[in-house]
Ligand binder design. Structure first.
Ligand code: ZN
Ligand code: ZN
Length: 371
């Protein structure tokens, strides 16, 4: 089966517009420049997809440093998206020397506090010895939260791939396969449909395993009357999708059927609560209230959701008390669940685009749990 989309046909992303937007925010964050060390942020700002590199964003210059493995790739990728940056390709020492030279005259250099090792930070104190270092948090991540048309199209394509793949393979759940076999068939089908790889480690959890929200697929054979939680996603040009469906092979016992109904109702309430300008905490509360009223408040063991994009978990947080605002253009998940230890669990999750007239689920697979 061929891929269901053509990457070249998707709208382009506005990569060159990102560095200016970041520069506008540096002053408020207390710095004159930012050293980007988180690879997803580096990719977002420059188009460079290598696994190692640093980016110094100064007021009037941009320097990307990386090692020899990426000599050609870095130059090609940065040019391809229309970003202008100086490029230094050398070993660790040469990279630090280039950064030191570019930092001359900069008073305050921001570091990404959540994604830098203690070891590198100690080195940078020496390298930037004439500047003061400032801890920053979530500067690029805040920009990344609101997706442009090209990003939305990639996430939507990743959601479509997941929808097509699960419809294609879900019948296998009733044919006596193991959790691990089903996970690998689902991942293979997503690849055939255009995914570059699973967006995170696929979860297939059956029977008592389904009561563990992040169980790993095991050699357990999926049996009759059991709940099976399948949590998975595809990746398109670095952008991810995230969806959970819960299935049942055969007929469910009454207490598990009741659990399913409660989680479905909670998820509908969560989807209704998604709107431009509400907080992540509001959406979490909408789901939590339904499950609490149904008597499963203590069995809802995790947050309601999270932002999705270049990372599977990113801003905004959709969790208890989260003050993160859902702006139009953010993409979040709504994934309440309830888990009865030793018996079974249920989770339903959609990836949702926040728009000016509410949330639009991008994952569209049926929620009918029968097979
Ligand atoms: Zn998920
Ligand atoms: Zn999720």
């Amino acid at each position: 089966m061929p891929p269901i989309f053509e990457l070249d046909a998707l709208p382009a992303m506005d990569v060159p517009g990102r560095l200016p937007r970041l520069r506008e925010r540096l002053g408020a964050a207390g710095c004159d420049a930012l050293l980007v060390t988180k690879q997803e942020n580096l990719r977002y700002l420059t188009g460079f997809t290598g696994s190692a590199g640093m980016l110094l964003v100064a007021p009037a210059s941009t320097l990307l440093v990386t090692d020899g493995r990426y000599r050609d790739q870095a130059a090609e990728q940065v040019a391809a998206v229309g970003v202008v940056a100086e490029l230094e390709v050398s070993g660790p020492k040469g990279q630090l020397e280039a950064l030191a030279a570019a930092a001359r005259g900069l008073g305050r250099i921001g570091l990404e506090a959540s994604s830098i090792t203690w070891g590198l930070q100690l080195r940078l104190v020496e390298v930037f010895d004439r500047s003061s270092l400032v801890a920053t948090r979530g500067l690029v991540e805040a920009l990344r939260a609101v997706k442009d048309d090209g990003e939305r199209a990639r996430i939507e394509a990743a959601c479509d791939v997941a929808d097509v793949a699960i419809a294609q393979v879900k019948q296998r759940l009733s044919e006596g396969c193991t959790e691990a076999e089903f996970a690998s068939e689902l991942e293979a089908e997503m690849r055939r449909r255009g995914s570059s790889g699973p967006s995170f480690e696929t979860i297939v959890a059956s029977g008592p395993n389904s009561a563990m929200p992040h169980a790993r697929p095991s050699e357990r054979v999926i049996g009759e009357g059991e709940l099976v939680v399948v949590d998975f996603g595809a990746t398109v040009d670095g952008y991810r999708s995230d969806m959970t469906r819960t299935f049942c092979v055969g007929t469910l016992e009454a207490d598990l059927a009741q659990l399913v109904d409660a989680v479905f109702a909670a998820q509908r309430a969560g989807l209704r609560a998604v709107a431009e300008g509400v907080t992540g905490g509001d959406v979490d509360a909408a789901c939590r209230e339904v499950l609490t009223e149904a008597g499963y408040g203590a069995e809802f063991l995790h947050s309601t959701g999270h932002g999705v994009g270049l990372e599977i978990h990113e801003a905004p947080a959709v969790s208890q008390g989260s003050a993160d605002i859902l702006a139009a253009g953010t993409v979040v998940t709504v994934e309440p669940g309830a888990y009865l230890a030793g018996k079974g669990g249920v989770r339903i999750e959609d990836t949702v685009l926040v728009g000016t007239s509410g949330g639009r689920p991008l994952t569209k697979s049926t929620k009918d749990y029968t097979l």
